[in-house]
Design a protein around this ligand. Structure first.
Ligand code: N01
Length: 541
C-alpha cells in the first residue's frame, strides 16, 4: 500500500500510506522509526524544514531543557545511548537539535519525512475506512493517522491593540528566527514571565542596553544549577543505563531526581529540619526541590510552607524591596509548571533592567514606539512575546479534523478535550494522539512518555494487522469514564487551583479543564492492562 497512485503530490490523487504521522519532533521521529521497522509504510508530514519539533522552533536566547541531559534522550537503542555525548547537566536547545538531527540521519528517517508540508484538514471516510489528509503539498490517504503534534506547538500571541503599528521587530519565543537576533545596543521589552521568559530574560539582559519586563503573574523559580556535565557522571549513567531507565519509569514524572523523594509531610516537619532540607535541594538545583516532601502538590498548608521558602529567597536575592514584592508570587507553588533558572531573580538587580507589573493594569496597547500600560508608554526597540502556547489542543484543533459522520473534533471537544487514555478519541477511528490530553505528557519527562505511547500504538497496529481488524476507536462510555477519571485524579491535587495553561486558562475563551493526567507509573499499568485485555474500552471492527 505505498506510492503515489501515479499522480504527483500536487495533483488530485492521494499519496497512499499505511500510516501518516503528523509532526517530526521526538514523537514523530520515533513513530516513523518504530513503525517502519515493523513493516508499515509510513510517511511523516512536517510543516518545518527540519526535524526536532519543540527544539526546532524554540531557539530563543537561553533555551534549555529543564530535564537533565542523561534522562532527556531516547532509550530505544542502547547503541545510540552509548555513542551520544552530552556536554552539560541540562542541554541547551542547539545541542538537543543536533541530537534530533543525529537521530534522523542515523536511522535514515528523512527519506520518509515530507518537510514544509502543512496539514489543512483531516477527514475520516466512513465507507472506505481510511483518513484523508489535505496538506498544502497535496492529498494523503492512510488507514491510520498518528498525531505526533506536540503539546506546546501552537504559539499564543495576545491580541494587543496597535500591535501592527509597532515600528520595531517583534519575536515570539516559540517561533524564533533561525539566524538569531542581535539585541546589543537595543532597548528590549519582554512580555511574560513563564518558563521561556525565565530562561531568556537573563541572557537578553546580558546583551541588550535596556530591558523592560512586563509581568502579569509572578512565577516561582528554583535554580537549575546548570554546569558542564561531569564525565564520570556520564560514564556512570552509560554503564548502568538499563537500570536507570527502569528507575525513571517508576517515578511519577518519569525522571530520577538527584536526591531521594521525601516521604514525610512538609507541614509536620520541624522548622530547622524543614529549612535544612529545602536549602539542600535549593543548592542541588532542579526539580528535586519539589520532591522534598510527599505532600507538596497535595496539601495547601504544606505547599504554602514550601512556597514561603522561595518567597524568602526572592526577598534575599532581589535588592530593591519594591521589585522583590512584585516578583513574589502568592499562589500555589507548582500548580503552574515550575520554572528552573540561571540568575533569573538576580537579573532584576541590574541597573538597566526594569519590571513593570501589569497584573492590575493590563497592557493597554502597543504603540509605534513601545508598550503602553496605564497611560504610560515604555519605549522599546524590539518586543519579545514570551506568552506561551495554546497547549495540548491548539494544534489538533487547528487541523480541522472530522471523524465519523463528519463530526468535527472542535465540536466534540467543545467542553474541553475528551480522549480515552490520551491515545484515542471516540468517533475518530484509527487516529492516535501521542501524549494527548488525558495522558501524563507535560507532567512528565516527555521522551519516556513519548516512547511509551509510540510503543503502545505500535503494538496495537501489529495486533490489528495480525487479526485482520480494520478499525479501532474508543467506546464513548470508556472515553466518558476516562475524562471523569482524569478530573478526579487532578482534583486530588492542588494543580487545578491556579490559572495555568494545564487548564487552558491562558487562552481567552478556552474551556477550563485540567488536561494532563498526574502520575506516570499507574497510567502505564492501565495502558498495558487495556491492551492485554483485548483493548478493553476500544471498539474493534
Ligand atoms: O509560556 P507560559 P512559556 N499580557 O504560558 C504571560 C515549556 N517550556 O513559553 O501567567 C501579559 O508558561 C503569562 O502571564 P500569566 C514548559 O512546560 C519548557 O513560558 O498567564 N502577559 C506568562 O507569564 C512551560 O510551562 C522549557 O498571567 C501575558 C507568560 O506570558 C511551557 O513550555 C522551557 C499575556 C506565558 O508563560 C510554556 O512556557 C520553556 C498578556 N496578554 C518552556 N498573555 C524547558 O524545559 C500571556 N502572558 C526548558
Amino acid at each position: 500500500m505505498s506510492g503515489t497512485d501515479g499522480v504527483s503530490s500536487n495533483g488530485n490523487a492521494p499519496m497512499v500510506h499505511d500510516v501518516v504521522v503528523v509532526g517530526a519532533g521526538f514523537a514523530g521521529m520515533y513513530s516513523l522509526h518504530k513503525l517502519r521497522g515493523l513493516g508499515f509504510d509510513v510517511a511523516v508530514v512536517e510543516r518545518a524544514d527540519g526535524v526536532g519539533g519543540t527544539w526546532y522552533w524554540n531557539r530563543y536566547p537561553g533555551a534549555r531543557c529543564d530535564v537533565e541531559s542523561m534522562q532527556y534522550s531516547y532509550s530505544f537503542d542502547p547503541e545510540l545511548e552509548q555513542e551520544w555525548e552530552w556536554s552539560e547537566r541540562y542541554s541547551g536547545q542547539p545541542e538537543i537539535l543536533r541530537y534530533a538531527n543525529h537521530v534522523a540521519d542515523r536511522y535514515d528517517l528523512r527519506r520518509d519525512i515530507h518537510f514544509e508540508t502543512t496539514v489543512e484538514r483531516v477527514d475520516w471516510d466512513d465507507d472506505a475506512r481510511h483518513w484523508h489528509l489535505q496538506t498544502d503539498r497535496g492529498l494523503y490517504r492512510a488507514r491510520f493517522v498518528v498525531m505526533a503534534t506536540g503539546c506546546l506547538s501552537t504559539t499564543n500571541m495576545p491580541n494587543f491593540e496597535g500591535a501592527e503599528t509597532f515600528a520595531g521587530p517583534t519575536y515570539h519565543t516559540g517561533n524564533w528566527p533561525h539566524e538569531g537576533v542581535d539585541f546589543s545596543g537595543l532597548s528590549v521589552g519582554v512580555i511574560g514571565t513563564g518558563s521561556s521568559a525565565v530562561q531568556a530574560i537573563p541572557v537578553i539582559a546580558a546583551e541588550c542596553q535596556e530591558l523592560t519586563v512586563f509581568q502579569r503573574t509572578p512565577n516561582y523559580s528554583v535554580p537549575a544549577r546548570n554546569e558542564p556535565l561531569d564525565p564520570g557522571e556520564q560514564a556512570r549513567w552509560k554503564s548502568n543505563y538499563r537500570e536507570m531507565r527502569a528507575k525513571m519509569l517508576e517515578q511519577n514524572a518519569a525522571m530520577v531526581q538527584r536526591l531521594p523523594d521525601g516521604e514525610e509531610l512538609a507541614k509536620e516537619a520541624d522548622a530547622a529540619e524543614f529549612y535544612d532540607r529545602m536549602q539542600q535541594r535549593w543548592d542541588v538545583g532542579g526539580f528535586t526541590f519539589y520532591r522534598a516532601y510527599s505532600d507538596i502538590a497535595l496539601d495547601a498548608e504544606s505547599n504554602d510552607r514550601v512556597a514561603q521558602f522561595v518567597r524568602d529567597k526572592i526577598g534575599e536575592v532581589v535588592d530593591d524591596p519594591d521589585v522583590a514584592a512584585k516578583l513574589t508570587p502568592h499562589n500555589t507553588i507548582a500548580c503552574k509548571r515550575p520554572c528552573l533558572d540561571t540568575n533569573y531573580y538576580e537579573t532584576f538587580n541590574l541597573p538597566h533592567v526594569q519590571l513593570v507589573d501589569v497584573s492590575d493594569t493590563p497592557i493597554e496597547r502597543i504603540s509605534q514606539a513601545g508598550v503602553v500600560v496605564d497611560g504610560r508608554e515604555y519605549p522599546v526597540d524590539a518586543i519579545v512575546y514570551a506568552t506561551g502556547f495554546d497547549a495540548m489542543t491548539g494544534t489538533l484543533l487547528r487541523m480541522n479534523i472530522t471523524g465519523r459522520g463528519g463530526m468535527r473534533l472542535a465540536d466534540h471537544w467543545d467542553a474541553g478535550p475528551r480522549t480515552y487514555l490520551g491515545l484515542g478519541v471516540a468517533g475518530f477511528p484509527n487516529m492516535f494522539t501521542v501524549s494527548g490530553p488525558g495522558s501524563p505528557s507535560v507532567l512528565t519527562n516527555m521522551i519516556p512518555s513519548i516512547e511509551q505511547h509510540v510503543d503502545w500504538i505500535s503494538r496495537c497496529l501489529v495486533e490489528l494487522r495480525e487479526r485482520g481488524t480494520a478499525t479501532i476507536e474508543p467506546e464513548p462510555d470508556a472515553e466518558a469514564y476516562w475524562v471523569d477519571y482524569v478530573n478526579a485524579v487532578a482534583d486530588l491535587t492542588l494543580y487545578p487551583t491556579c490559572n495555568s495553561w494545564y487548564l487552558g486558562a491562558n487562552i481567552p475563551g478556552k474551556t477550563r479543564v485540567f488536561m494532563p493526567l498526574p502520575g506516570f507509573p499507574p497510567y502505564v499499568e492501565v495502558c498495558e492492562d487495556v491492551a492485554s485485555d483485548n483493548y478493553r474500552g476500544f471498539a474493534l471492527a
